[in-house]
Design a protein. Structure first.
Length: 92
């Protein structure tokens, strides 16, 4: 017989709750996470091509500078994801 927890997990509501809690907690409590978030936003603001790439399904050609900015953006988002994974683990 399946437990209620198993059913909730299968419906992913539990995961969504943990995900929301972790990001809310990190935004509120960790200055390094907030700095990374601000850095990612700044990279996108400074590179209009990235804004198009991230926010639309439109095809786009990146300049070498845009390509470097994209790498910085991805690295920054990866650092944020590492923070999030640590807290997913801690949330158990």
């Amino acid at each position: 017989m399946r437990k209620k927890q198993d059913i909730m997990w299968e419906q992913s509501t539990l995961w969504e709750s943990v995900e929301k809690w972790v990001t809310k907690y990190l935004k509120k409590s960790h200055s390094e996470y907030r700095k990374l978030q601000a850095k990612a936003m700044r990279i996108v603001e400074e590179n209009p091509a990235l804004r198009i790439l991230i926010n639309s399904m439109e095809g786009i050609v990146l300049t070498p500078e845009d390509h470097k900015a994209l790498h910085k953006y991805i690295e920054t988002k990866d650092e944020m994801t590492i923070f999030e994974y640590e807290y997913y683990y801690l949330a158990g």
